[in-house]
Design a protein around this ligand. Structure first.
Ligand code: ZN
Ligand code: ZN
Length: 92
C-alpha cells in the first residue's frame, strides 16, 4: 500500500493532476494550464501529436531566461562575423 493510489503530480505546480499532458521527453505530467496549452487544443492535436508532445523545458532548455538566449544569439552572430572577417584577412 505504498502510495499506489496516489494521483500523479503536476511537474510544474506539484498539485495532483488527473487529466494531464504527458511529456514524451521527460515523461512528466502537467496540467494543461501549466503546460501552456488549453485542454481543447490538446484534445484537437490528435493521438500522434499528443504522443510526441514535449513540455516547454524539453523543447527549449532555457525558457526561463529569454534575455540569456538573446545574449547567446548575439555572441554567436558576433563570432560568426569575427570568423568571417578573419578568413578574409588571411586571404591577403
Ligand atoms: Zn500544474
Ligand atoms: Zn519534458
Amino acid at each position: 500500500m505504498f502510495a499506489k493510489n496516489k494521483s500523479p503530480l503536476c511537474n510544474k505546480c506539484h498539485e495532483a493532476v488527473s487529466d494531464f499532458v504527458l511529456c514524451r521527453e521527460c515523461e512528466n505530467r502537467y496540467h494543461h494550464a501549466c503546460a501552456g496549452i488549453t485542454e481543447n487544443a490538446y484534445r484537437r492535436m490528435g493521438q500522434e501529436k499528443r504522443a510526441n508532445w514535449k513540455c516547454t523545458s524539453c523543447r527549449n532548455p532555457t525558457p526561463e531566461n529569454p534575455a540569456l538566449a538573446d545574449l547567446l544569439n548575439e555572441i554567436k552572430c558576433f563570432l560568426k562575423r569575427f570568423l568571417h572577417n578573419e578568413k578574409r584577412l588571411q586571404l591577403f
